[in-house]
Design a protein around this ligand. Sequence first.
Ligand SMILES: [Zn+2]
Length: 296
Amino acid sequence: MEQRFKSLSLFEFQDLFSSSEDCLKYLSKLKWQDGFNCRHCGHGHSCDGKAAYSRQCTSCRYVESPTAQTLFHKVKFDLLKAFYIVYFLSTNKKGITSTELSRKLNLRQKTCWAFKRKVMKAMKSSGHHPITGRAEVDETVFGGQETGVRGRKNKNKKLVVVGIEKKKKGVSRIYARVIDKADAKSLGAFMKDHIAPDANVTTDKWSGYRPLIKDFQNLIQLYSGDKGGNFPEIHRVVMNLKGWLRGVHHHVRDLQDYLDEYCYRFNRSFMKEALFDNLMNRMIKTKPCLIKNISD
Ligand SMILES: [Zn+2]
């Protein structure tokens, strides 16, 4: 369990990044790894801009900084500390709270919270890796008494559909989405985004899944048994997810972002890819967003 993450050690990280200049250099390399393309005129050639690691279009003279049009856009604190936040969020097994970040980095808790919320936006599933093998889908309720609102949500409760991919005896991938109703439309939209049409999907006998057999020809419906006893893996996933959520302070309205963060980390825990680089790549490709538009 302890060896699931293969990622940059803190020592290696500190070796790579010791100043904001190092960070700009890294961002510049990552951002223009496939070459420069002017946002202004579409020209494909650039020279060094005046500011460190910026690029200037050789045709229209437009200058672009490595942080422009990324989630690092207009970050008002030391870029090196922003890198630390991405580092901790990508490598800590259970993530990290803004209070802990604040203590470690000597930043205001609110500053850490706001930037962390941006990083979470970069953790949203691309939808490019659908579950292909054995899948299970179920819905669950978050908040309140957590029972008895299958058909529709109410104010303090959120209905969430969860899909898992089973490999051998374990779970290799999970996806989760907040939905308004457990009807065929919402369940089907989620499944089409995250599950391949020929996957072997198992659900319980809920009527909302029945019409989806036309899109998922290998879908079967089983009785869920006493307290979901026939679906032990997905129930364990949901229990762990709820346990994690109880430990992080969040507003119900932000639930989807927290689900995305949890799934992002879970889905990469078996991969041998560089977690930090992967998340950085997403930070570069995700359009800048204002914190007031994320959460208030
Ligand atoms: Zn240009």
